[in-house]
Design a protein around this ligand. Structure first.
Ligand code: 0FX
Length: 246
């Protein structure tokens, strides 16, 4: 048996999908695959897959033990950044919901809808910079003019699952050839997303820009977009949706 593999994730839907792939491809007989989540997720319940519960693991505190024990560590939408000391000691792979090197970082589909840069999914080796390492495989999705953050995100997640189904065994075996992204691209952080959420009522924009901003921030129930009421200072949240007819 090769050294065990650790998958760290804070996304129960993706974990359930990967557990299904592992079952379907009989991989549990050939590899020891452990799952964990981040402390911020508490104990993560994977109700879509036998109600399994993932235990939290603080990667900053535990990285030396993890690097010693495992031959591969996979971030499957893990909210913790892997320490440089760990990624230099053990092969680490990231499943990222964006098309590197475009809109690396936080919520790529939000930024792709606004800046028109390509969107998709990238599986890459992790280096010391965010969503930056050598690419193992990546695919694009088409962002339509009627996509919201939610519909674009769902397409990306479906693509990630398809890519995992096609490539997971090769990733376990290290049976792939990587290539470097053609440029550094751009990075968005949580603070950039937060800044987009506040609408300045005096900002001038075209209808197209306004619709793009509102649909980029529309994500099934999340209260993202607001303006500040000038009289009371209260935050007023905006709900926005689009429907396309054939
Ligand atoms: O699991 P995940 O989809 O992934 C996120 C980042 O997009 C990704 O770049 C990073 N590698 C990973 C660790 O974390 O995150 P989520 O379930 O928190 O969010 C899913 C979507 O929900 C997000 O793309 C946009 C939307 N959302 C989320 C939050 C928390 C909002 O619209 N507003 C929010 O406040």
């Amino acid at each position: 048996m090769p050294k065990p593999v650790l998958i760290i994730s804070d996304n129960p839907h993706l974990v359930a999908a990967l557990m299904q792939i592992i079952d379907d491809q009989g991989l549990a007989d050939q590899y020891t695959i452990d799952f964990a989540c981040s402390p911020l997720s508490g104990h993560l319940l994977i109700s879509e897959h036998n109600g399994e519960v993932l235990q939290p693991l603080d990667i900053k505190k535990e990285y030396a033990t993890v690097a010693e024990k495992y031959g591969l560590v996979i971030s499957l939408h893990c909210k913790q950044l892997f320490p440089g000391d760990m990624v230099s000691k053990v092969r680490c792979v990231n499943v990222h919901p964006g098309y590197n090197p475009h809109n690396r970082g936080w919520f790529p589909q939000v930024f792709s809808i606004i800046n028109g840069l390509p969107l998709g999914a990238t599986i890459h080796e992790i280096d010391e910079q965010l969503d930056h390492g050598s690419i193992i495989v990546q695919k694009k999705i088409k962002v339509e003019q009627w996509d919201t953050s939610y519909t674009a995100y769902n397409k990306v997640v479906a693509l990630e699952i398809e890519m995992l189904r096609e490539n997971f065994k090769k990733i376990l075996d290290g049976d792939y050839i990587t290539y470097k992204p053609e440029k550094e691209g751009n990075v968005n952080l949580k603070k950039d997303f937060n800044a987009l959420c506040e609408i300045d009522l005096n900002e001038k924009a075209t209808y197209g820009e306004l619709i793009n901003r509102l649909r980029a921030l529309s994500h099934n129930g999340y209260e993202n977009t607001y303006f500040i009421d000038s009289a009371t200072g209260k935050k007023v949240y905006i709900k926005f949706d689009l429907e396309v007819k054939e």
